[in-house]
Design a protein. Structure first.
Length: 417
């Protein structure tokens, strides 16, 4: 398995990655185009000490922070992806992301103990309904998944510290897993729940975990596939010109439902601006934004998978925010929308949405620090409290979601832990 290894002394490799985004070697072909490359966005922070090892076809998105200290290592396996504003902090032990590991937007993986995500090489010795669903999927889709190459998922603004997240398992949005816990294959942590003990991880009757189903497997498989395509697409853009993967710029294209390269439109004018001035942000593809006055550091507005993001005037993105959408889905945000630091909005598909594809944020809505809105429609003047989740919901004008609550299908489920 080919891999690139960054060290402080290997400054040439690190410099090439920062300047071009392409992992050198087999990623770039002699014909002048990028092949099945790995790609590290130039805004990603690399370690000051320690090592980062990348395998093939890895995508590291804007404003990811990779920290490895005192000789510890971050290893990222084949077709894995680390998404916008995520953190991998190998300060105390190594962090290993195996093949097809997914660390979603804003997620954090720390290392009070060694952290291992999707590192299995063979079928587990136990069985459960989630494993049965995985094996049924393998049978129905031969060659697509096999043990040793099964995704694991760390969700939006979730946190894993020194835990083992097995192949075919999921830590859902705003959930947490404590040091020493192993999440078994076929199991997912429910949104906003905190696994502190192995008993909580193993016993669904305690209410913190449940078994994955076919929809979960399809979701993870799609995420791996599209991020593999994005790695190659961004590497191609960088190969053509280093400036194409900086600031306000093109999407790669060639994604189903988003095949064409497009520049963002700022105030109605198609704009290419690699240098964003005093604030570092990324605006990519068909993002139609009225103005940039309220956009701060670490903001990533990516229309590279979903084909359109539209944002009204006087929006305020206060730092570390992400707008992104699944394939063939869109996001609309009205006038005066505020995202506090670390808040994110992700589009998707659902019968409750306009055209089943539009995630919508109404005028003057405020989304609190670290909160997540996913596949939802929020009316005007909605308030979403810090570290809350709104998923698969339609919320009327003026709805208030208190801090630290999980809302699914339009109603409160429970408090986040």
């Amino acid at each position: 398995m080919a891999k690139m290894n960054w060290k402080q002394k290997a400054w040439r490799a690190a410099a090439l990655t920062v300047l071009l985004g392409i992992v050198p070697g087999p990623a770039a072909t002699a014909g002048g185009t990028a092949g099945p490359a790995s790609f590290v966005d130039p805004t990603a922070e690399l370690p000051q000490s320690g090592n980062v090892e990348l395998s093939d076809r890895v995508y590291v998105a804007p404003f990811v922070r990779l920290s490895a200290k005192d000789g510890h290592v971050i290893r990222i396996g084949n077709r894995a992806n680390v998404q916008d504003n995520a953190l991998l902090d190998a300060a105390e032990h190594d962090i290993v992301l195996g093949d097809r590991a997914i660390v979603a937007h804003g997620a954090q993986v720390r290392s009070t103990r060694p952290a291992m995500i999707a590192v299995q090489t063979q079928r587990p010795e136990y069985s459960n309904p989630g494993i049965q669903a995985l094996e049924s999927y393998m049978t129905a889709h031969p060659g697509e998944l096999h043990w040793g190459a099964v995704p694991a998922f760390i969700g939006f603004n979730a946190a894993v510290d020194g835990a083992v997240i097995s192949d075919g398992s999921m830590v859902m949005h705003l959930a947490k897993v404590s040091p020493g816990v192993t999440l078994r294959s076929g199991v997912k942590v429910k949104e906003g729940k905190w696994l502190r003990t192995q008993e909580e991880a193993d016993n669904p009757t305690l209410g913190k975990v449940e078994y994955i189903g076919t929809g979960d497997i399809e979701f993870m498989t799609d995420v791996v596939e599209v991020n593999t395509q994005l790695a190659a697409g961004y590497a191609q853009l960088a190969w053509e010109h280093a400036s194409f993967v900086r600031g306000i710029n093109y999407n790669p294209g060639r994604i189903p439902g988003n095949e064409q390269r497009t520049l963002p439109a700022v105030g109605g004018v198609r704009t290419q601006q690699p240098d964003t001035g005093p604030y570092r942000f990324r605006i990519i593809g068909n993002v139609q934004i009225a103005d940039l006055a309220g956009v701060r550091d670490g903001v990533s507005l990516r229309a590279d998978e979903g084909p359109l993001i539209r944002i009204g005037a006087h929006g305020r993105f206060l730092g570390g925010n992400t707008f992104h959408a699944l394939k063939s889905t869109r996001i609309y945000a009205g006038r005066g929308v505020v995202l506090e630091p670390g808040a994110l909005v992700h589009g998707g598909r659902g019968p409750h949405l306009k055209g089943e594809t539009w995630t919508e944020i109404g005028d003057e809505t405020v989304i609190g620090a670290g909160a997540v809105v996913f596949r939802s429609k929020l009316g005007k003047g909605v308030r979403v409290g810090a570290r809350s989740l709104v998923m698969d919901s339609v919320l009327p004008d003026g709805t208030v979601v208190p801090e630290g609550e999980i809302w699914i299908e339009g109603r409160r489920k429970y408090s986040a832990e």
